[in-house]
Write a protein that binds this ligand. Structure first.
Ligand code: PMP
Ligand code: GLN
Length: 385
């Protein structure tokens, strides 16, 4: 959580965004969409504000959104949840922090798959817990079941599963999720799943929520948010689904941190969740098209190896056959030479880890910018020397 100077540091996303602003580069760093808010939710938010939905909603969330989350789980995953099992949060970030604070006692261990989104280690640190990692293979992003077994023990309080995964774009296979559930059961650990990219899945892949696996729901906190699904990352409306007593624990932390989450955006997100199948498909297709623009640009760099992301906002490219430079230096050069900024993957690793060294030359590119920006970025990348 603290920077090298012992002071609270800026996240790598903020740092790279600042670099893009300073240099005027296209920002393929932070996953912040360059396309407009989904019209369905935008119109519903305007109506909510004009209709007077502007004061504190209930701490647990606007009942309209609680019900929409309930219906959404049934509709997409055939999962039945009670409204007592749902709490609305200020983005997935608050849900993650509150769930980890609620479930990871000081001195316990939180297991994450590496590389990982930075919030998890920060939340574990705030809880006084330490992080244990399970390496994802740099090619293909699978994991060794023995590494999972080695990381999970009686000290484990929480296993964090980010599926679909940031930064790799990995969509966990059912068999992988089964191994994770079995490990949690064997050591009586909780599973906290971060599913914010659940509706941005490409090709023929399908998202399988961990909580739908046999025996999982009773030990799982399922977290998602509206930001990615509806192109409204600034709205910060998320939710957690957990057994009622854990939902209550998360809510009691929320009560004294944010108290409630954005009033008018809650019914707006409810309207979005109730959108027809075509609205969900159109958003994923638009993003897949931009993914393909990025991949086509990266494919024109000789020696570059790029993983094909199955979901989400990001693709990872391995520059180690192209240059000896490390990822940060590569990004500094790209900003200077072609006006593109991205994120160094080693910044999303445990400091000093084996995976961090393996991913020394790996760069994460986001493809959620506008079509015009992605097309321009692809042209510029193709011209990289
Ligand atoms: N989890 C992951 C994996 C993310 O990539 C992000 C945001 N980019 C978040 C959580 C944060 O979500 P929110 O903005 O809803 O807090
Ligand atoms: N989740 C976004 C990403 O991975 C950024 C969030 C942030 O800036 N903290 O790029």
């Amino acid at each position: 959580v603290l920077g090298e100077d012992g002071r609270p540091g800026a996240t790598i996303f903020a740092e790279m965004t600042a670099l893009a602003q300073r240099t005027g580069a296209i920002n393929l760093g932070q996953g912040a969409p360059g396309t407009p808010a989904d019209p369905l939710v935008a119109q519903a938010a305007i109506e909510a504000i004009q209709g007077g939905v502007n004061q504190y909603p209930p701490v647990q969330g606007n009942p309209v959104l609680l019900e929409a989350v309930q219906v959404h789980q049934q509709r997409f995953y055939g999962r039945q949840v009670a409204t007592e099992e749902i709490v609305v949060t200020t983005g997935a970030t608050e849900a993650l922090f509150s769930a980890i604070l609620a479930l990871a006692p000081a001195g316990s261990e939180v297991v994450v798959f590496e590389p990982y989104y930075d919030s998890y280690a920060a939340a574990a640190a705030a809880a006084g817990a330490s992080v244990r990692t399970v390496p994802l293979d740099p090619v293909g992003f699978g994991f060794d079941p023995a590494a999972l077994e080695a990381a999970v023990s009686e000290r484990t309080s929480v296993i964090v599963v980010n599926d679909p995964h940031n930064p790799t774009g990995k969509v966990f296979r059912r068999e992988e999720l089964e191994l994770i559930v079995a490990a949690a059961q064997a050591h009586d650990a909780w599973i906290v799943t971060d599913e914010v990219y659940e509706h941005l899945v490409f090709d023929d892949l399908a998202h399988v929520p961990v909580a739908t696996l046999p025996g999982a729901a009773e030990r799982t906190v399922t977290i998602s948010s509206a930001g990615k699904t509806f192109n409204v990352t600034g709205w910060k409306v998320g939710w957690a689904i957990a057994p009622a007593e854990v939902r209550a624990a998360i809510q009691s932390i929320k009560q004294y941190t944010t108290f409630v989450s954005a009033g008018p955006f809650q019914p707006a997100v409810a309207a979005g969740l109730a959108g027809d199948d075509a609205s969900y498909a159109a958003r994923a297709e638009s993003l897949q098209h931009r993914r393909d623009l990025l991949l086509a640009g990266l494919a024109r760099i000789p020696g570059l190896r790029t993983g094909v992301p199955g979901a989400g906002y990001f693709a990872i490219a391995d520059f180690s056959e192209v240059t000896d430079l490390d990822a940060r230096s590569i990004i500094a050069r790209m900003a200077e030479l072609i006006g593109i900024v991205a994120v160094p993957v080693p910044a999303l690793c445990a400091p000093g880890s084996v995976v961090q060294e393996q991913l020394r030359g790996h760069v994460r590119f986001s493809f959620c910018q506008s079509h015009a920006d992605m097309a321009e970025a692809a042209e510029r990348l193709a011209g990289l020397d």
